[in-house]
Design a protein around this ligand. Structure first.
Ligand code: CTP
Length: 403
């Protein structure tokens, strides 16, 4: 059942667009609220009238319509959904999604949403097999966009091959599976650290690092997306607080540790923060003045290791403690040594060597090291890493891990 679920259905223009009418009907039968956006090409195949009659809501078609924008702006369309479904997704719309174009209502909503997206491609077999389409699909996969189909079979033009839109009931099943999975961590408590820490030198200066907090925030969002009650302890970061997550903002490593300890007990802790290894032993209470003589010499003291402390938290130890490691050589061996040294259960080793091809890019190449085995993940965006990790954690608990 899909009662209470809000689905934004984006219909792009291929002959398979007629199947979207059946899809809307099936989704509504199961209790979902379906709101639709149609591209200009989609309207050549099915009419907004038919779509709105089945959805029981107006079909949105125009980015430039003052009426549409005042009733339901493109940003609200993008946000007021639990899942965005693109069916059919043409080669053209997939390409525009991969490029991040925003030149009509459908592509703008797709760029403006931070909700999960499921695409159901449909096109001619040669268009599907074209390297451009395959590259676009690989890019969307790496970004964590979910996909169903295309299926193999007879195509509209009398040809046969990969390119058929998945059947409406298959798409419905994928949507139901998505929502069923979305409760897999219900009843679990999760703690995530994220961002850098700032270690004061005096009231106006501090030692920091370049961590953005993107990975930790994405992990907190993914865990909450699977239903975990999630606390995010974040150092200073520009990332917005993720929805459905309790975010605690801290500055220093010691504040971060205190906030983490206050969040215990939890089932799982993921330490993704780039915690400063050292702080200034005695930060000045007043601003240091440059005319006070020689430049000041900073004496550093070691900061607490949050991952190590949580891993040794006695009866309060989370059932699963996960850390990160950035390595440039002997990635797995170094990560395993780090795992043992810190006492955590899993290390996500990020290969940042120049050969990995991910250095400085948007993708991470992760090896999950758990003491018994190593899982090599393909290059994935930070969001896709977060989603894969959240699913891996859910599978661990489902298989009875942590008891
Ligand atoms: N970590 C922590 N508290 C610290 C330092 C690190 O919780 N004071 C956690 C990080 O969040 C991360 C892991 O420990 O999960 C990283 O370990 P670290 O020893 O800092 O490894 P690297 O950053 O890879 O550095 P190094 O080159 O020293 O191995």
């Amino acid at each position: 059942m899909l009662s209470g679920r809000r689905i934004l259905l984006i219909i792009s223009g291929g002959i398979a667009a007629y199947k979207s009418l059946e899809l809307i009907r099936r989704l509504r039968e199961r209790g979902a609220a379906v709101r639709c956006i149609m591209t200009a090409a989609a309207q050549q195949f099915v009419t907004p009238l038919a779509v709105s009659a089945l959805a029981a809501e107006k079909a949105y078609t125009d980015l430039w319509s003052l009426t549409d924008e005042s009733e339901m702006g493109h940003l609200r369309l993008a946000q007021e959904a639990d899942l965005v479904v693109v069916a059919p997704a043409t080669a053209d719309l997939l390409a525009r999604m991969a490029m991040g174009l925003a030149d009509d209502l459908a592509s703008t909503a797709l760029l403006a949403t931070d909700k999960p997206i499921l695409v159901a491609p449909a096109m001619n077999v040669r268009m599907w097999q074209h390297p451009a389409t395959q590259e676009n699909v690989a890019r969307l996969d790496a970004r964590g966009v979910r996909r169903i189909g295309p299926n193999a079979g007879p195509l509209a033009e009398g040809e046969s091959g990969m390119g058929r839109l998945a059947e409406p009931l298959e798409i419905v099943a994928a949507i139901e599976a998505f929502f069923a999975g979305s409760g897999r961590l219900k009843g679990r408590r999760a703690l995530v650290t994220s961002g850098p820490t700032h270690e004061p030198i005096d009231p106006v200066r501090y030692i920091a690092n370049r961590s953005s907090g993107k990975q930790g925030h994405a992990i907190a969002a993914a865990l909450a997306g699977l239903g975990a009650e999630t606390v995010l302890v974040s150092g200073p970061s520009r990332e917005p607080d993720p929805p459905s997550v309790r975010t605690v903002h801290v500055e220093t490593a010691r504040d971060m540790l205190a906030a983490c300890e206050a969040a215990l007990p939890v089932d799982v802790a993921v330490c993704a923060a780039a915690v400063a290894d050292w702080r200034v032993a005695a930060a000045a209470e007043q601003k240091l003045k440059k005319d006070a003589g020689a430049p000041p010499a900073l004496v550093l003291a070691e900061n607490p290791d949050i991952l190590k402390t949580l891993s040794a938290a006695g009866p309060n130890r989370p059932k699963l403690v996960i850390g990160f490691a950035a390595e440039t050589e002997h990635v797995v061996r170094h990560a395993e040594e780090k795992r043992r040294r810190k006492g955590c259960d899993w290390i996500l080793a990020n290969d940042v060597s120049p050969q990995s091809g991910t250095f400085g890019g948007d993708c991470n190449t992760i090896h999950l090291v758990d003491g018994a085995a190593v899982e090599d993940w393909p290059p994935l965006s930070k969001r896709a890493v977060a989603e894969r990790l959240a699913k891996r954690i859910a599978a661990y608990f489902a298989e009875g891990g942590g008891r």
